[in-house]
Design a protein around this ligand. Structure first.
Ligand SMILES: Nc1ncnc2c1ncn2[C@@H]1O[C@H](COP(=O)(O)OP(=O)(O)OP(=O)(O)O)[C@@H](O)[C@H]1O
Length: 674
């Protein structure tokens, strides 16, 4: 058995509360109803603290599988998230240590792998690709990877014995690169051979099953060789056999020296037997925390002996958590917590907190990320693959460019051969439509794709897969050709069908205007989609921002004679710059039947003094501003769940704390592990 450096996570007096709207004695008060809503908006709503976790103390030991059990709403996920560094909306007090060194949720993120309840994985990736990505972007330390691979063959063999009929994976790794080999081992360990080349999928395009998705998410964390693994309900939604297999796999991971903590719902008797330690929560209080084997005796001591054929986990729920003493849940929780604190088990847990492991955290145990250039290369490749696999969306975007080009061209076909007044009206209408669709279709396409990808980005950036610059650049690199090709297709069709001026340079300027509008739409769409949590909010915000820009786009309102204090909107309207650029491109010096009608018409429509080139430059400036805003908005998103003061320096300090000497409180009493 390989002993990876063991890390013990201990905590004391850990409390967590969130601010919630206060309820009045009448049941509504500051909170509900129309009145409550108005009061809240006026800043007059009353708030109170809701305590979710009440002074929790305990320790998760290395080499052991710890399960957190408790009724729904008892605080299991909150505790796990708090310890893993994924809970930040409320106020936490108390202490956390890793091997006796002071730690926080933020420092835990540097050490621990985290599998959330919803296992968000890019739907177009296959299982193998998702696992290999984790290794490529979060490479395990070389020594540990070698150790782990050596030990894995044994582990896989053991598991294979436990589950017949599963093909070998350890051998498949031989001769492959480290990422492929590591992925092969993980696939074998987690029994994913049969679906390794299947796409993960989502609700729109069915891929792997829920259990396989869960195991893929576990594999993604397992391959990083993180010394601590937190998992939120890894067995929920699985059939009994799959749940047992996942628990076996977690146990085998813990057996190799890692600290594995999982929230588990209703474990079967077989699963229960695999658990080493149990933490039982009721109403945010610990009512049992110790060896699984001691639970039955402990509850017997409370006057609730467990029958020989009962599942102890079910028994604890039915006979202790829900019926002890006959009082309400909060009183019962306080009473059971008191019993636990006074018990021998409670004293043993306190002794464990006082004498933690004190071996230093090694630099090699911190999560590693690949260099930015590797991240960029990988993410660009993945984004291109994703675009190719989303063939329907790509095809629709190209089809859209052809469709609107043809639609515009056929409606306004050969406008150059019509009477002057028709030419003026038709060219104006066609170019306004062109300017609007170039911008809007680009916004909608990115809003659509990023709204689906948002959660993936959030999970991966929080999980340390990559930094924002690499993600952002890769997205731009892959989108750029699409944002250039689609307006070229669209404009080349419309321009010649419409009968705009037969001049190569004029066409180039027209196409450049369309490309600029597409780029502006892309950046603006990314900004919008990353600024709001859900698509419905985006769809409310989009018209609010877009329609004024449309009104001041140069056609609907004579901007030079509009309401003075609202005229500024034209300066931030890409539609206006696009429309002006196209109109000036067409009408400057335009002559029909020997009559110079263009310049007079331009003067009449009052589109401002700037030339075509300057208008294109303004579009590019707006694109750049929206591009920076999109970056900042993504940055805010990536920092979600993390303290705003968390910087590189803060990270360095946290690492130093973990690598430094233990808290003086433990320096004497701690025990050094071998
Ligand atoms: N941000 C929040 N604001 C208000 N209440 C919250 C917040 N976060 C958690 N809670 C409440 O805290 C309690 C514990 O929530 P938590 O999700 O930790 O429970 P759980 O034991 O994991 O439940 P389940 O088993 O159903 O997932 C619940 O009553 C929940 O409604």
């Amino acid at each position: 058995m390989v002993h990876e450096a063991p890390l013990m996570v201990s905590f004391e007096d850990l409390s967590y509360s969130v601010r919630v709207r206060a309820r009045s004695p009448g049941g509504d008060g500051g909170g509900g109803g129309v009145l409550g809503g108005i009061r809240e908006r006026m800043g007059k709503a009353r708030y109170e603290d809701k305590v979710i976790l009440h002074g929790l103390s305990g320790a998760f030991r290395p080499g052991r599988l710890t399960a957190i059990l408790g009724p729904s709403g008892s605080g299991k996920t909150t505790l796990l998230n708090l310890l893993a560094g994924y809970e930040s909306s409320g106020t936490a007090t108390g202490s956390i240590w890793v091997n006796g060194r002071p730690a926080t949720g933020a420092s835990m993120r540097l050490l621990a792998g985290y599998v959330s309840q919803d296992d968000v994985i890019l739907p177009t990736q296959t299982v193998r690709e998702a696992i290999e990505m984790s290794i490529r972007l979060r490479p395990p330390p070389l020594s540990q990877a070698a150790d782990a691979q050596a030990s894995l063959a044994t582990a896989v063999d053991g598991l294979r014995g436990a589950e017949e009929g599963r093909g070998g994976g350890a051998e498949k790794g031989k001769g492959a690169g480290p990422a492929e080999a590591g992925a092969s081992h993980a696939i074998a360990l987690l029994g994913l051979e049969r679906c390794q080349h299947t796409r993960v999928g989502d609700s729109a395009a069915k891929g792997i099953s829920g259990g396989e998705r869960k195991r893929t998410a576990i594999a993604q964390e397992w391959v990083t060789q993180a010394p601590i693994l937190f998992l939120d309900e890894p067995t929920s939604g699985l059939d009994a056999h799959s749940a047992l297999m996942v628990t076996r796999q977690l146990k085998s991971i813990a057996d190799r020296g890692r600290t594995v903590v999982a929230v588990v719902h209703q474990p079967s008797s077989e699963m229960f037997e695999l658990i080493d330690d149990l933490l039982v929560l009721l109403d945010g209080r610990i009512v049992y925390f110790g060896e699984r084997a001691g639970l039955v005796d402990y509850v017997a001591g409370l006057g609730a002996p467990c029958g020989m054929y009962s599942n102890p986990a079910d028994h604890v729920f039915n006979a202790v958590l829900f019926s002890y003493g006959g009082e309400g849940a909060p009183d019962r929780a306080v009473r059971l917590q008191g019993e636990w604190v006074r018990s021998a088990g409670g004293a043993a847990m306190r002794a464990l907190i006082e004498r933690p492991e004190t071996a230093p955290v090694r630099a090699s145990q911190f999560r590693r990320t690949s260099p930015p250039l590797t991240q960029l290369r990988y993410l660009t490749w993945r984004a291109a693959l994703n675009a190719r696999r989303n063939r329907l969306v790509l095809g629709m975007r190209l089809g859209q460019a052809v469709f609107f080009g043809l639609l515009l061209g056929l409606i306004f076909l050969n406008t150059d051969g019509r009477p002057v007044n028709v030419q003026q009206q038709n060219f104006s209408g066609a170019m306004f439509f062109m300017s609007t669709t170039s911008f809007l279709l680009s916004v909608l396409s990115v809003v659509n794709t990023f709204s689906q990808e948002r959660l993936v980005f959030l999970r991966e950036s929080q999980g340390g897969y990559y930094g924002l610059p690499a993600y952002f650049l890769s997205k731009n690199i892959v989108e750029l050709p699409i944002q250039v090709v689609t307006p070229i297709i669209n404009s080349v069709i419309a321009y010649w069908l419409l009968g705009l001026r037969q001049d190569g340079l004029k066409y180039v300027l027209f196409a450049l205007t369309c490309i600029g509008l597409n780029l502006c739409g892309f950046s603006f769409g990314l900004f919008l989609a990353s600024s709001f949590k859900d698509i419905s909010a985006v769809l409310v915000a989009l018209p609010i921002m877009f329609l004024p820009a449309l009104l001041f786009g140069g056609l609907l309102v004579n901007t030079g004679n509009s309401t003075v204090w609202l005229r500024w909107i034209q300066w931030i309207s890409p539609i206006k710059y696009g429309y002006t650029s196209m109109m000036k491109n067409q009408f400057t010096g335009y002559v029909v039947d020997g009559r110079p009608i263009g310049d007079a018409y331009l003067e009449q429509v009052n589109l401002g003094p700037f030339s075509v080139g300057v208008n294109i430059a303004f579009i590019l400036v707006l694109s750049f501003i929206a591009w920076v805003a999109a970056y900042l908005s993504l940055m805010r998103l990536a920092r979600q769940g993390r303290s705003p003061s968390f910087t590189k320096n803060a990270e360095k300090h946290l690492r130093q704390q973990l690598e430094g000497p233990p808290d003086p409180r433990f320096a004497q009493g701690g025990k050094e592990m071998d």
